[in-house]
Write a protein that binds this ligand. Structure first.
Ligand code: ZN
Length: 323
């Protein structure tokens, strides 16, 4: 049944003439959700499919311990200019899974349940991305700091990726699994040694060590980027004529350290060497217009760098529903 034009006009007039009444909804207000959507993001590198995964974030104090050679007020000014929270700063943790078509390769492992309550989100995000830990064939490790290796073994002692071969930089094995070096380290630096022992010692015979300059997996080459740790390794993932540089911690947050590659990060063990590695890799990425994934960038933590003044500008990838 259709409403006649006249009826419609009369009704409209009646509405216009009606006194304004408060709008009362028959439904309750929608409750706020109060939590973020799943942290995974996909993109292609040639024929490889890459899934970026978020493991959470922790706050940090912007101080001279974290930024030992940069005036703290300069760091805060740079953060303010980019609307980055600085009181406290926020350090995110992100990994990538590379599907080569025949293998699922995880690069770095996050915290699992060994970190702060705001970390260890990788398992849920991996599940949301449709990947199960049992499917992971190989885990490549960039270096032995706790935020990168803790996720290999949960707090209960079980391997998180039960079917995976684990490949690690030999120079970090020589450093972090050496008991004499652990005992000689200052008390504050001993935690990283203890985490490395907790994660690797129970089944060290099954862990494969590898060197820089070699293909650790078909299509994934290990690049020397020491300084942050003695064995720190970045990876170039290549398929067809496309490449992705998985830079690891050779540069922390690119909004700060790509802009100022000469700024030291408190966690860099050999600070001069860390600067040299950071510059070498950012130079390569800029010159080759290579996509870069950072461990400590805002999610999905991937994009491009371009030379600008004494440093580099950072252009994060925009969300795309199409792959
Ligand atoms: Zn890290």
């Amino acid at each position: 049944m259709s409403i006649s034009r006249r009826t419609a006009i009369v009704s409209a007039a009646a509405v216009l003439a009606a006194p304004a009444l408060p709008v009362i909804s028959a439904h309750a207000a929608a409750p706020k959700v109060g939590k973020q959507v799943a942290g995974f993001y996909r993109f292609n590198v040639g024929d490889f499919e890459v899934t970026a995964l978020h493991d959470g974030a922790t706050p940090y104090e912007v101080n001279a311990t974290r930024f030992p050679n940069a005036p703290v007020e300069d760091v805060i000014k740079l953060m303010d200019q980019q609307f980055i929270p600085s009181k406290p700063g926020i350090s995110p943790f992100n990994t990538v899974i590379v599907n080569t078509g025949s293998k699922l390769i995880l690069i770095d492992a996050g915290f699992a349940n060994n970190g702060a309550p705001t970390t260890g989100q990788m398992a849920a995000n991996m599940a949301a991305a449709g990947i199960s830990p049992a499917q992971i064939d190989t885990v490549l490790i960039s270096h032995f700091h706790p935020d990168h290796i803790n996720g290999l073994r949960n707090k209960e002692g079980q391997l998180v990726y039960p079917n995976a071969e684990i490949i690690v930089p030999s120079k970090d094995v020589a450093h972090y699994l050496d008991e004499a070096k652990m005992n000689a380290a200052p008390e504050a630096a001993r935690g990283a040694f203890q985490v490395a022992r907790r994660v690797f010692m129970p089944n060290f015979k099954d862990v494969k060590q590898a060197e820089w300059g070699k293909e650790w997996m078909t299509g994934i080459t290990a690049i020397q980027s020491d300084g942050h740790t003695p064995g720190h390794t970045s990876f170039v993932v290549s398929s067809g004529n496309k490449s992705l540089l998985v830079i690891g911690d050779a540069s922390n947050d690119p909004r700060i350290f790509a802009r100022n590659p000469d700024w030291h990060l408190g966690f860099d063990l050999d600070k001069a060497q860390a600067v040299a590695s950071r510059r070498k890799l950012l130079d390569m990425a800029a010159a080759d217009k290579m996509q870069v994934s950072f461990y400590h960038a805002a999610f999905p933590a991937t994009g491009y760098v371009a030379k600008s003044g004494a440093g580099y500008d950072w252009f994060p990838l925009s969300y795309s529903a199409a792959m």
